[in-house]
Design a protein around this ligand. Sequence first.
Ligand code: NDP
Length: 278
Amino acid sequence: MAPTKRFSGKSVIITGSSNGIGRATAVLFAKQGAQVTITGRDEERLEAAKKQILKLTSKPNDLNVVVANLTDSKGLDDIVNSTLTKFGKIDILINNAGANISDGTLNTDQSIELYQKTFQINFQAVVEMIKKTKEHLIKTKGEIVNVSSIAGNEQTFSATPYYCAAKSALNQYTRCIALDLIQYGVRVNSVSPGVVVTGFLGAMGLPDEVRDKMANFMASNKACIPAGFCAKPNDIAEIILFLSDRKKSSYIVGQSIVADGGTSLVTGMTAFDMHEMI
Ligand code: NDP
């Protein structure tokens, strides 16, 4: 008999799984035997994610694919209802979808429309997904992992204040609901990545060559990423699986794991070589 896999029999929803960190997370869960709901707006990218997962699994019925916009309440209902219809329960919710939406404006010139859109996908969609899945996660004593960002921590990225503020709101919301839901046996945690090479900059309207140039610059400057490399989606996906696995992380409640290659440790002073100062 084949050995039981780490997430066998677990039903997992991963938002934003048509691309980047979410797709890598869905692939890892599928490899580990989970029943997986993948979702996003872009049908082509979702189809590519579906094919990638189906290559790995002998159980095509363990995959649920939902084209949905998380800023539309029908989209949220489709994700939750189709998961319940197909898998009968929800054990794990990964609120990963997010974007630093751009309309070309920066800093305090960013518009109120952009503020609303940014909060809707990065914060409100998470709140709504949790409200819609809460009763099901209580039944299974499940897990929630939110994907935040170091942009939500104390260091600031002043060019895009709404994205940073939305991720800060998400961090505090994570802590508040973690304290509430743990009394019902549901654990809530989050991960706060630094730079990860995904479709994130593309979604901001930057072409691939600009993205690559930025990634190379940051990886080769210790003031940006002391570890000397940009993360790949899998690096973050492994942390998400760790936080979703009660056997590995049961005592972690309401925390955010920072995974940024040391970026948030750098201060103006440590960015320079002391030998150059004297
Ligand atoms: P990607 O752009 O590669 O993936 C984002 C995913 O979110 C896509 O699957 C996209 O699907 C989905 N998405 C975006 N908007 C919507 C929407 N309105 N409705 C439904 N789905 C949506 O970026 P990442 O993988 O990097 O982003 C994942 C998370 O990681 C985000 O929360 C991001 O803020 C966070 N993060 C990323 C960092 C990075 O450097 N990459 C750093 C720190 C945090 P589709 O386009 O098909 O709708």
